[in-house]
Design a protein around this ligand. Sequence first.
Ligand code: PHE
Length: 341
Amino acid sequence: LKSDWLARIGQAADEAALEEIRVAALGKKGEISLKMRELGGMSPEERQVAGPALNALKDEVTAALAAKKAALADAALDERLRAEWLDVTLPARHRRAGTIHPVSQVTEEVTAIFADMGFSVAEGPQIETDWYNFDALNIPGHHPARAEMDTFYTHRSPGDDRPPHVLRTHTSPVQIRYMEAHGAPCRVIAPGRVYRADYDQTHTPMFHQVEGLAIDRDISMANLKWVLEEFFSAYFGTKVRTRFRASHFPFTEPSAEVDIQCSWEGGTVKVGEGNDWLEVLGSGMVHPKVLQAGGIDPTQWQGFAFGMGIDRIAMLKYGIPDLRAFFDSDLRWLRHYGFSA
Ligand code: PHE
């Protein structure tokens, strides 16, 4: 009887088969259980022999079941380890990760620096009306600035005499849109794409600007200079001095072009040192007519505005000589400057 059960246990292929054997031997109606029940009907002499023998059998079968169960679990684990084997010494398969384009990176940086100074962020449409791009900014129809800006006009079918839309030539129209929507006081920057028909090493027909606008009761050019020096120093990570040159824009009065201090050394520009100057933006006090166009009373409010080339300050920071490369989508170029994996 004993060798029979031990043999069956030894042959069990899995845990389910093993459980069947356990029930058949030790379950309520199992063979060994039934035999133990028969002990009651035996004479004391018979019982003295059969009792210990049956108990020993029960113990041995129980132990054998447990041992087999452990062996089956071991085998299952071995099998899993074999199947899930992994060679950690194999060279990894290289995956190329996309990255944020340098112009987007710089836009985010610029936005974060101005946000720290309390500026909100606004955006406007890239296809603009004549009104927002020109007239509201004190550039009437005959104004030479319209011609100078190399404006892209949208096409109108013959007979459609609505005024044409333009691809905005600067981010300044967002000044008007923001004034209309939020009134005064306000502090906002507006980054985005702008368009002019121009193409050479430092000009592409699409480029990026960030507009700045701050309106309050007594905002002055001194506030503008502080904000800009603060911005450039944070952006370039070193104290940067600015130089204001008198200029003219129809939408600011007075107007100034702003240069930052730099040095030219063997063709490379270093910002924040030296005796050279580099023009980076146009600015001024918002013209009363422009405030009016935006629905703000120029007898109560005044403010400054500026427009800065994002691509240009990106070129300066990363030492990139040709603006066009920014928009060629050439992965070799992006990788060379560390902009892509
Ligand atoms: N819009 C001007 C340009 O594109 C820059 C500018 C913005 C100047 C705001 C003054 C005030 O050249």
